[in-house]
Design a protein around this ligand. Structure first.
Ligand code: AMP
Length: 215
């Protein structure tokens, strides 16, 4: 089964994707993670996209489609979760073509809806463990022991994304409404769209996603 998690920044796509990886053996393909990895390893492309990402603007379709195309050659026995891709109609068309060329298709698109005020609160307090990627929040999910990751026990490894500030978030939200939200109609017309309320507790949202996917 191949699915897309669609929603604004802070809707919880990454968190829910990680759960599906662990519980269902699916493979998460996050273009945001791939681009951040390219920046960390200092590739030419990584340098090229750094300022665009920090501002909260979208990276070019060519770059992200190229990143996804490379990944689709990997083993897909558990199915792919596309997280943060596609973000434009051009990317959506490219994904359909890439999957078709591999004899595959898209099964479902889960739209995670969350209102803007909740997104700002979620994003501006968010940080992750630099070692294992576990996600924390200043008010809603602090680690049990200060500066220590609950999951992997790493100390002082927490980090915040450069674009998780109010100004970049405003740009990211604008990009979502302008360029990405048309995908809701696009996938609705293809009878792939399922809407899930992304505002609840992580467990409840996970349950709603499973139900939507008949898992
Ligand atoms: P994310 O981790 O999904 O929030 O993505 C972080 C940033 O990476 C975005 O604000 C964009 O600058 C860039 N990015 C990630 N995925 C895409 C995409 N599919 N198309 C264009 N830009 C992207």
């Amino acid at each position: 089964m191949n699915i897309i998690l669609l929603g604004p920044p802070g809707a919880g796509k990454g968190t829910q994707a990680q759960r599906l990886v662990v519980e269902q053996g699916m493979t998460q393909l996050s273009t945001g993670d791939m681009l951040r990895a390219a920046r960390t390893s200092g590739t030419e492309m990584g340098k090229q996209v750094a300022a665009v990402m920090d501002r909260g603007d979208l990276v070019t379709d060519e770059i992200v489609i190229g990143l996804i195309a490379e990944q689709l050659d990997h083993d897909n026995s558990g199915g792919f979760i596309f997280d943060g891709f596609p973000r434009t109609l051009k990317q959506a068309d490219a994904l359909a073509e890439l999957l078709e060329a591999k004899g595959q298709s898209l099964d479902s698109v889960i739209e995670m809806s969350v209102d803007d005020d909740a997104l700002v609160a979620r994003i501006t307090g968010r940080y992750t463990c630099g070692n294992c990627g576990a996600v924390y929040h200043d008010t809603t999910k602090k680690p049990a022991v200060e500066n220590t990751c609950d999951e992997c026990d790493s100390k002082d490894k927490f980090k915040r994304r450069a674009d998780d500030n109010e100004e970049s978030l405003r740009t990211r939200l604008m990009a979502y409404y302008k360029d990405t939200s048309p995908l809701i109609g696009y996938y609705y017309a293809k009878k792939k769209l399922k809407r899930v309320d992304g505002l609840g507790e992580i467990e409840d949202v996970a349950g709603a996603i499973k139900m939507a996917l008949n898992l």
